[in-house]
Design a protein. Structure first.
Length: 342
């Protein structure tokens, strides 16, 4: 194993969920083809009540993580917020809002808006700060997903049920457990428009008349449009997403001086068991050592999936001291992997 650029570990986990919802009970609110959604296998998901926004979930998770780590907010040197799908406001710093909510008077902040994979590769930026600033010892890294149902249809964007939750980790220099080993990431920018929201920005500030996320074209139609209805091109893209995940994991292993045989557990997005298996199988990781069993009860929590799944598996002793866990994910056009030694 290669010594990492900075010796840091996760000293505490915290998380917060929206209210539990039964998929079968509410699927009709989102789609007419309910059977299609039920066939994905999700049993429940988390839905934040009206008035509870990403900052609220992030702050609740952060307070729990700080308490569990025995760290006070005023000692945090860096606050990183990852993954807001649609922020509460435009021209607004969600990480600064989180720091204010935690009553941190002065700190460094960083917002990562790359989406689902930001909860994986965001640890690279924490490591970068600690490596370059020897006086910094403690970072708070929070990944949150709070779907704006005005903008997104929870059950018609991708083949997952989108869910509201946040996970926070307190990262400390020289902490001996849950040690960061390496992060690797790369971007293929050709299809960076996949799954974008076409209104609300400077180009199209307002949606078209009569538009609603309930009756708007689904994510699959957007994807087909991006690929100009070329099925071969779309098929190659979908196949490449798994091949590139394996590639980025191999690159992270090489950076850490490890091989595929050293990986004990793999945590991907909270996708279907078939999708998780497509990533794990080439690496020789059995499905029972992934997040496949957790996903159906939580839905896809955006950037919070991987670290939250790791926290839950640690609580259940499904991941134990000495194990090497790879967290991996995709953010539309970005692939990332992080290795953690428990």
């Amino acid at each position: 194993m290669t010594r990492p650029a900075v010796n840091m570990g996760i000293a505490g986990f915290g998380y917060a969920f929206g209210e539990d919802q039964d998929v079968a009970a509410v699927v009709g609110e989102f789609v007419t083809n309910t059977e299609r959604v039920l066939n994905w296998g999700y049993r429940s998901f988390h839905r934040a009540p009206e008035g509870v926004q990403a900052t609220d979930l992030a702050a609740a998770a952060a307070r729990q993580a700080l308490d569990r780590a025995g760290v006070t907010a005023d000692t945090v040197d860096l606050v990183v917020l990852a993954g807001p799908d649609v922020p509460e406001y435009l021209a607004w710093d969600g990480a600064a809002a989180l720091a204010r909510e935690l009553k941190i008077a002065r700190t460094q902040t960083l917002v990562l808006t790359e989406g689902c994979g930001a909860g994986v590769h965001g640890l690279h930026y924490v490591a970068s700060t600690l490596a370059l600033q020897p006086e910094a010892d403690t970072a708070l890294f929070v990944a949150v997903n709070r779907i704006s149902e005005f903008h997104r249809n929870r059950m018609n964007l991708v083949n997952t049920v989108l869910s509201d939750a946040a996970v926070a980790v307190v990262v400390r220099r020289d902490h001996p457990a849950n040690r960061w080993l390496a992060t690797e990431q790369f971007t293929d920018p050709e299809h960076c428009d996949v799954l974008r929201i076409d209104f609300g920005g400077a180009v199209s500030p307002l949606p078209p008349p009569g538009w609603s996320s309930v009756n708007a074209p689904g994510g699959h139609e957007q994807i087909r449009k991006q690929f100009a209805n070329d099925p071969d091109k779309l098929h190659r893209y979908l196949e490449n997403r798994y091949a590139r995940l394996v590639e980025v994991i191999d690159r992270a292993c090489a950076r850490a001086g490890l091989g595929r045989d050293d990986i004990d557990h793999l945590i991907y997005l909270n996708d279907s068991a078939a999708s998780i298996s497509a990533v794990a199988e080439p690496l020789g990781v059995p499905l029972e050592r992934t997040n496949a069993a957790l996903a159906p009860d939580h839905g896809h929590m955006g950037a919070a999936d991987q670290l939250l799944s790791l926290a839950l598996q640690l609580e259940r002793d499904e991941v134990t001291s000495g194990d090497v866990v790879v967290l991996c994910g995709i953010s539309a056009c970005r692939w990332g992997a992080t290795l953690i030694a428990i």
